[in-house]
Write a protein that binds this ligand. Structure first.
Ligand SMILES: CSC[C@@H](O)[C@@H](O)C(=O)COP(=O)(O)O
Length: 346
């Protein structure tokens, strides 16, 4: 994503890999729609996009009286929050924007100062994401000191973040260190983020990648073709349970059965310290069309009943480590996540 003097440019991820098309967001409504439609997707990316959406909203209403400006901006924040429920980075970024606004109101800052400062904060959120991903990628790469075959699910790459990626960031760094033999990318039904986006990113970077359909993961593991699994996350509870793209849980169970370490890579902004465990994570359910159709082509009777959860929760007991910008967290997750929280509060 690119912020160009008051306009947010998003690469339309629904069109990849066949078409490279950018969406110009000149108002917050376009950003909200882009998040809902998954034109921008991936937990850190939607957090940063929402922060820029907030700035666009502030600019749209700057001609109003301060009281009306504030109430419109509260509405902007609510609308952006209502776009997707699971990735906590969205709420984390909007909390930062709301808190900053509150501080300015206490200080009785001028409208100009408020808008300038909100824009700075959104830029900071985006810049921090790049740095954080580089840091966690380095920690992750230290885990893999000999040439490895990886498997990943969904897309936790540069497209899902501001840059570099989380799970793919670790893979990129490990590849740069000479320790990636091959990456197996699950296609990731229903919306094919693995086939369309992960396969795209890795081929662009010349990292050896083999695309498999989701139901092949077990067989690939059984045939000793995978040494480690690494995925991203949308929300991590205080006990280390991880919500990520639907299908992640199945991959984690398969990895356990085949004695393959299963890692999660995520920035600290993906932790929800307020939730004791993964059962409390809200799981988005999406339109049935996503399952009855593939890329617009109908593959099932339209009247069939469909269940379409966009995410699942992997219990912490299946996770070998959670790679963050502060290092790799391991069991006891409750303790290591509590320590992370304290570090962030300092
Ligand atoms: C670094 S992105 C991590 C997660 O957000 C990613 O794995 C994922 O599940 C994205 O889901 P999506 O529905 O495509 O937004």
């Amino acid at each position: 994503m690119r912020w160009n003097h008051g306009s947010l440019e998003l690469l339309d991820q629904t069109k990849l890999p066949t078409t490279i098309e950018y969406i110009q967001c000149d108002n917050y409504q376009i950003v909200a729609e882009a998040i809902k439609k998954l034109e921008v997707r991936g937990a850190p990316a939607i957090g940063a996009a929402a922060a820029f959406g907030y700035v666009l909203g502030a600019k749209q209403f700057q001609s109003l009286e301060l009281k009306n400006f504030i109430s419109r901006l509260e509405h902007v924040s609510e609308e952006l929050r209502a776009t997707r429920p699971t990735a906590v980075n969205l709420f984390w970024a909007l909390d930062r924007m709301d808190n900053l606004l509150r501080q300015h109101l206490q200080k009785k800052s001028s409208m100009k100062e408020i808008i300038f400062s909100l824009e700075e904060e959104a830029i900071r959120i985006a810049d921090e994401d790049k740095k954080v991903n580089c840091a966690l990628s380095k920690y992750g790469a230290e885990l893999f000191k000999s040439p490895m075959n990886f498997l990943t699910h969904c897309n936790a790459g540069a497209l899902a973040t501001v840059d570099m990626g989380t799970a793919l960031g670790v893979i990129r760094q490990t590849y740069a260190d000479g320790h990636v033999k091959r990456v197996f990318a699950d296609e990731t039904r229903p919306l094919l983020q693995g086939a369309r986006l992960t396969a795209f990113e890795l081929t662009q970077d010349n990292i050896p990648v083999t695309l498999i359909s989701d139901n092949m993961a077990g067989w690939v593991m059984k045939n000793k073709m995978v040494d480690a699994v690494i995925v991203g996350a949308d929300r991590i509870a205080a006990n280390g349970d991880v919500a990520n793209k639907i299908g992640t849980y199945s991959v984690a169970v398969l990895a356990k059965e085949h004695h393959i370490p299963f890692y999660v890579a995520a920035p600290s902004s993906t932790f929800d310290f307020s939730l004791d465990n993964g059962e409390q994570i809200p799981i988005e359910e999406r339109n049935k069309n996503e399952v009855t159709h593939v890329l617009g082509t109908q593959i099932a009777p339209l009247e069939v009943d469909v269940f379409n959860p966009a995410f699942d929760v992997t219990p912490h007991a299946l996770i070998a480590g959670i790679i963050t910008e502060y290092g790799v967290l391991k069991e006891d997750y409750k303790k290591s996540i509590q320590e992370l929280k304290q570090k962030l509060e300092k």
